[in-house]
Design a protein around this ligand. Structure first.
Ligand code: G5P
Ligand code: MG
Length: 220
């Protein structure tokens, strides 16, 4: 693992199912960063039946974004709780007001964007299986669990996400186009955006790893 002397703040972006969770797991394995996924945090709230989780469930199940003020408050408070450490944000910010709220709270060093075609994504999401407590993701074609239906680490059951039905995936891609693509432009203008295009995580990953290694060594 590459250790970092300087605090390093990164964001990973990309359409739903582009591999943000999969690539984030590889990044945290190779680099000393804390991974924070807004979707995992929301699903943990739904699972634990918190007031927030119950309020947000129908919004998420329908493939709509939850309100900016709710998610910004949640994520920024989690970031404050992390204190002085390096982190990787996955799934936040997803709108320009969220990006502005993040900017007001702290500075971001770089943004990795996974540019994966929508057609590829639709096929992937219907065969995704998730371990809800940890956020670990599997795919019956790409990275199947060692034992079908069970998490490799805990042996607990895997579930399919309620928002992975074909109609909801279409809605999530639409809201990505209208609400999240402007965030790419926001970071491009700031000179922070680095995009990686492809249809396979295994081909994209070496480029992401090389890019991060170079960036991190230039910060030391
Ligand atoms: P999430 O949880 O942030 P999305 O929609 O952004 O959800 P998602 O679905 O979690 O993103 P991902 O993390 O980009 O996708 O992708 P992944 O899970 O790693 O990979 C997808 C599947 O493809 C997996 O099964 C994986 O194994 C497989 N795979 C990976 N690489 C390959 C490959 O090369 N080949 C193949 N064949 N398979 C591969 O947000 C969920 C909801 O929460 C709310 C919204 O309602 C959102 O819809 N939300 C927010 N609302 C407002 N603002 C925010 N900031 C919000 N954040 C969350
Ligand atoms: Mg994810």
């Amino acid at each position: 693992m590459t250790s970092m002397h300087k605090i390093f703040r990164a964001v990973i972006m990309g359409p739903p199912g582009s591999g943000k969770g999969t690539v984030s797991a590889r990044i945290t394995k190779s680099f000393a960063l804390t991974h924070l996924s807004s979707g995992d945090i929301l699903r943990a709230n739904i699972n634990a039946k918190t007031e927030l989780g119950l309020l947000m469930k129908s919004c998420i199940d329908q493939g709509q974004l939850v309100p900016d003020d709710v998610i910004s408050r949640l994520i920024l408070s989690d970031l404050r709780g992390l204190g002085q450490c390096s982190w990787l944000l996955d799934g936040f910010p997803r709108t320009v007001p969220q990006a502005e709220a993040l900017d007001d709270a702290c500075s971001v060093d770089l943004v990795v964007n996974l540019n994966v075609p929508f057609q590829t994504i639709k096929q992937r999401l219907t065969s995704r299986w998730t371990h809800l407590p940890s956020g670990r993701v599997y795919n019956t074609d790409f990275n199947p669990p060692k034992v079908s239906g069970l998490d490799d680490v805990t042996g607990e059951p895997l579930v399919q996400r309620d928002d992975d039905s074909p109609e909801t995936v279409t809605r999530r891609l639409k809201s990505y186009e209208t609400q999240t693509e402007p965030v790419l432009e926001y970071y491009r203008c700031k000179g922070l955006l680095q995009s990686f295009s492809g249809t396979e995580t295994n081909k994209i990953w070496p480029h992401v790893e090389e890019f991060l290694r170079r960036k991190l060594s230039s910060l030391k």
